[in-house]
Design a protein around this ligand. Structure first.
Ligand code: ZN
Length: 123
């Protein structure tokens, strides 16, 4: 069991369920393309994420890959539900993204628009 970098800050018991991670090129940034990885920890997210379009985004440089733990529960809707239930780490190349800015990772409202974009449309 390795929980080196995945401590839950809110006192929730650490479980062995898959968590959503955003993986992208450190140099290119998330705007150049990012994949959603479901994994147990950062190390596994990197290992699994590498076997995807990331290898191209990072120009084949493993150390260029950045992985961060996401807090948006809605991201679980993108998961392969079968693999999620069985605890198998996997990559989603194109998670559901904002209709407006085409980014993902933030909560999407019923219209499929992220909170940043929705705020800009008020009034
Ligand atoms: Zn948006």
């Amino acid at each position: 069991m390795e929980y080196d970098d995945d401590h839950e800050p809110h006192g929730r018991a650490i479980d062995d369920s898959l968590k959503p991670y955003m993986a992208h090129s450190r140099i290119g940034g998330a705007g150049e393309g990012a994949v959603l990885v479901f994994a147990h920890n950062t190390r596994e997210a990197k290992r699994v994420g590498w076997c995807s379009i990331l290898i191209d985004l990072c120009d084949g440089e493993y150390i260029d890959m950045a992985v961060k733990l996401m807090r948006e529960p809605q991201l679980y809707e993108n998961a392969d539900q079968d693999k999620l239930a069985r605890g198998i780490a996997h990559v989603i190349d194109s998670p559901k993204s904002c209709m407006d800015c085409e980014l993902w990772g933030e909560h999407l409202n019923e219209a499929g628009v992220c909170e940043s974009c929705a705020e800009g449309e008020e009034d």
